[in-house]
Design a protein around this ligand. Structure first.
Ligand code: HEC
Length: 114
């Protein structure tokens, strides 16, 4: 993958799907980190980033089976960190506020962390 070298420098961990090394991401347990997030923007970005299309290709259905609130992503900070990793790995070039918006939408729709 072409972006690999760049991503390594960005995150120290190249794989979205792999471990949860949270390069620089905050690991706050409180969705206070989603406060003021622009949910409309998050929805748009999820559609544009083809997040769902790819997830569907992996798990089928509507792709939502990819989101496992009871899995290793078990707090808001990890959720945001995961989105940040996908952002880096896929070279989506989202700004930090946009990553937060995307994570906030996933939290609202799937994870429901408090
Ligand atoms: C090229 C394919 C692909 C794209 C595009 C993609 N993902 Fe993923 N994503 C995956 C795979 C594969 C996993 C499974 C990771 C695992 O189970 O370890 C995953 C897992 C996740 C998870 C963690 C699910 C969980 O609860 O364990 C989140 C959150 C996530 N993706 C968000 C996103 C977002 C947001 C986008 C769009 C900005 C996105 N992904 C785009 C392939 C992709």
């Amino acid at each position: 993958m072409k972006t690999y070298a760049l991503l390594k420098t960005l995150t120290g961990s190249a794989i979205c799907a792999g471990g949860l090394a949270l390069g620089g991401g905050s690991a706050l347990a409180e969705p206070a980190i989603f406060k003021g997030a622009d949910l409309k923007l998050g929805e748009q970005l999820i559609a544009q980033g083809k997040c769902t299309q790819c997830h569907i290709s992996k798990v089928g259905g509507d792709g939502s089976a990819m989101y496992k609130p009871k899995g290793k992503i078990n707090e808001a900070g990890l959720l945001r960190g995961m989105v940040e990793q996908c952002n880096s790995m896929l070279n989506l070039q989202m700004f930090p506020e946009e990553v937060t918006s995307v994570a906030a939408v996933l939290n609202r729709d799937h994870y429901k962390f408090k």
